[in-house]
Design a protein around this ligand. Sequence first.
Ligand SMILES: *Cc1c(COP(=O)(O)O)cnc(C)c1O
Length: 401
Amino acid sequence: MSKTTDILETYGKSLMPTYAPSVVLASGKGVTVRDADGLTLYDFTSGIGVHNVGHCHNKVVEAIQQQAAKLTHASNLYANEPATKLAAKLVALSGLGGKVFFCNSGAEANEAAIKLARKWGAANGGRYEVVTMRQGFHGRTLATLAATAQAWCQEGYDPLPVGFAYADFNDLASVKAAVTDKTVAILLEPVQGEGGVTPATEEFMAGVRALCDEKNLLMICDEVQSGMGRTGTWFAWQGYSVQPDLFTLAKSLADGIPMGALVSNAKCADVFTPGSHASTFGGNPVAAAAALAVIEIIEEEGLLARATEVGNLFREALQGFVDQYDQLLEVRGKGLMLGLVVDGDPKEVVEALKAQGLLALTAGGNVVRFLPPLVLKEEDLEEAVDMIADALDCTFGGDAE
Ligand SMILES: *Cc1c(COP(=O)(O)O)cnc(C)c1O
């Protein structure tokens, strides 16, 4: 029996069946991972947008090790230096002049954003409703699930918390129609991830900002997947002409050590007051040390520019496949957050990619999603593109023009 089969057997008996893995990961380095039986695979998922600086970057490993030997937890009764430094750094990178709240996941960061908006709304006209976008994804807690306007993940969980209204992404008229005198905020992903790797248009982002200014609403960007350089800027909203009032981070913030953050502008910096919100592990010093290392690596290795440069090369290669196969409709995304839209089931392509030795994701029901580490080198990209070519040939071969 292979080690993979052995582990998956115990997995099936012991873990609730929320996931159905067929691979067991044992280690990772840079853009590759190794499974339990020693097989090496390209990781074009980055652990679902987590390892923007690659697996086990020496600097991150060192930062974690050093902090783990010093102090692993401080509680929020006491401050700690790594989290304090990280908050100041995030505020500086955002240019919003606000403050940060730390938590442990994307759902928690969005939950904090929703709570902050409600607290602000309570004091500003008794407003509480948050408008979110169809095909969006904001997490699995009850409130963030209610904010996630997708039937497939809400099913079975009624009654969901009230106070959410849905609009169509990239359709300003639809957002305007969803706003009432109870609306307090508009929440959106600048690039929708799970929903299909769809970037917001500049027109839409600017329109939402103008609407928020006109109606005194908070604009909240969910950057849990698109943040930390993934799309070529620190935060995807920086690729547009507007600034949000609040934005959230998690996945790639601390390179796999659980950490979430809510970042505000000056206006929203002091809405939470002592005791009004909290998280035991929020601002954990080991996670914060990892996040500081992540930021240093992105700066030192010029990964923002790389996300754009390598992203463009990858996009060109994917466009070539779209030109070649009738079953491929379009390339979508920004930087190294890319989607290949398939006329059919993307799972078939993802399975074929895995057989070639490349891990990729699906999104939105008809998209193959690629989120490779931003440290991806051109020679690795070339090899990966060859694997994609072979996988597409296996899936659609014979139908090529
Ligand atoms: C993954 C994701 C979340 C949820 O993050 P968790 O850490 O799984 O709670 C929220 N928003 C977006 C955009 C995401 O991609």
